[in-house]
Design a protein around this ligand. Structure first.
Ligand SMILES: *Cc1c(COP(=O)(O)O)cnc(C)c1O
Length: 446
């Protein structure tokens, strides 16, 4: 008997949603979302979250800045605001054009979250935000902090002792665990990170060196989250950071849009319908790219088009969106193995909450092969001297995927601004960085 998913055979699914056939064969695909709505229509009123929530998140980041500057001196030059630079990639644009035989028009930038302080990845936005918000609530409820006070008092001994009575837990493929562990431990929380089998040893070692408990699983991300959630529920003093459902994580990420707007202004880049912005975001469970897309849509509306990128072996968001079944389906249901070397991207089932919000906001999704990640990583290092991790390199395929798709996208030629979101890299140990690069060079020479 043929395997059935939600009562339908795979053949029936393929008939209804033909792109699934290529996904099952691990072929790179490009999918345009025909459910996207013009901003003016119904979008604005029909979302659970709003612009006000994004602003509140940014205000909270600002309140915490003095504390962050105190706990993490590397953030002092930016006064405790955890932010990355926006860097133009003129040489990489050339290198991509030569390598892929395309002609990217417009300007290409890298959003350098690979170098975000404190956590070394995009998770510094969401993970740290949720820890801070939780700490703020606890401290206020217990009269340790008032909203108009200087938050750096939370670095004092008294506050640390207070937080040590509470615990945090999270399920992670690695980078989210790092952000929660590093920030939680810095405040004094007891932190437990439930790591999926694909999590790298160096991340576990780094966390243990900070006094974080690391529980290792032989299964994938969804299982680590489920088990972590179950155990945390048994402990009333424990807050579980729920990557599959958390609105706080999502909003922490969304504040990036406000910062990016400022950086575009500083570069005198005007974004409107005639001068559109294309943003390419690597997607795992969906919180990080979803939060950023949400924030950007609030600011730029129809002038921004966001595309997610997933590995060909872990296209969970694409599967959820293209079938419209959201988190009711997993890639494993379709025999797709969820094995990828893109850290943070090995997720078989997307966040249902994020999927629902993206339905009306996201322009599309493309998938990419692991080998391609290494090639792009090496091209970037050779052309611009920037080192990123393989998952982050997925974003650099964006303009190529768009051009090759020829799917009736109004691509605006020279007036377009393209931003590839580099999601991680700076914490990767030097020997691994070298291995990544050498692998990319070998693949480029084939
Ligand atoms: C977590 C992560 C992503 C994707 O974020 P999600 O919220 O899981 O979708 C992308 N790149 C890197 C390096 C990550 O760590």
């Amino acid at each position: 008997m043929q395997r059935k998913v939600l009562g339908k055979t795979i053949d029936q699914w393929v008939e209804e949603t033909p792109i699934i056939a290529d996904m099952i064969d691990y072929k790179p695909v490009f999918w345009l979302n025909d459910s996207i709505e013009d901003w003016e229509e119904t979008t604005y009123n029909n979302l659970e979250l709003s612009w006000k929530d994004v602003l509140e998140a940014e205000e909270r980041w600002i309140r915490f800045a003095p504390l962050i500057a105190k706990l993490f001196p590397e953030t002092e030059p930016q006064s405790g605001i955890i932010e990355s630079r926006l860097q133009e990639l003129p040489h990489m644009k050339e290198a991509i054009n030569n390598n892929y035989k395309v002609a990217i028009q417009g300007r290409l930038f890298l959003k350098c979250d690979n170098a975000l302080p404190v956590a070394g990845s995009i998770k510094a936005r969401g993970g740290i935000y949720e820890v801070l918000k939780h700490a703020e609530q606890l401290a206020m409820n217990n009269n340790i902090l008032k909203e108009d006070q200087d938050y750096s008092i939370l670095a004092d001994k008294e506050a640390r002792e207070f937080f040590s009575g509470y615990s945090l837990a999270v399920g992670s493929t690695g980078n989210l665990g790092l952000s929660i562990g590093i920030m939680g431990a810095a405040l004094g929380f007891k932190v437990t990170v439930h790591m999926s089998a694909d999590a790298k040893q160096w991340k576990k070692d780094l966390l243990r060196s900070k006094g974080v408990s690391v529980v290792e699983y032989e299964s994938d991300y969804s299982k680590a989250v489920e088990e972590g959630r179950r155990l945390a529920m048994l402990d009333p003093m424990c807050h579980f950071v729920d990557d599959e459902h958390s609105k706080d994580l999502f909003l922490g990420y969304s504040a990036a849009a406000i910062r990016l707007k400022r950086q575009l202004d500083e570069n005198n880049i005007k974004i409107d319908k005639q001068n559109p912005l294309f943003v390419y975001l690597p997607c795992g469970v969906g919180g990080a790219p979803g939060g950023i897309c949400f924030g950007l849509k609030q600011i730029f509306r129809d002038a921004v088009q966001c595309f997610f990128v997933e590995p060909t072996h872990s296209p969970c968001m694409l599967l959820g969106l293209s079938t419209k079944e959201n988190d009711q389906v997993s890639v494993q249901d379709f025999g797709i193995d969820n094995v990828t070397e893109g850290d943070g991207l090995a997720v078989g089932r997307a966040s249902g909450f994020v999927g629902k919000v993206m339905e009306k906001l996201l322009s599309g999704v493309y998938t990419i092969e692991d080998d391609e990640l290494y090639r792009l990583l090496a091209l970037l290092k050779d052309s611009e001297g920037i080192e990123i991790e393989p998952s982050a390199a997925a974003s650099l395929k964006g303009p190529v995927a768009l051009i090759n798709a020829k799917a009736g996208i109004d691509y605006a030629g020279h007036n377009a601004t393209h931003i590839a979101w580099a999601t991680g890299g700076s914490f990767v140990p030097e020997d691994m960085k070298r291995d990544f690069y050498e692998k990319g060079k070998r693949l480029l020479e084939l």
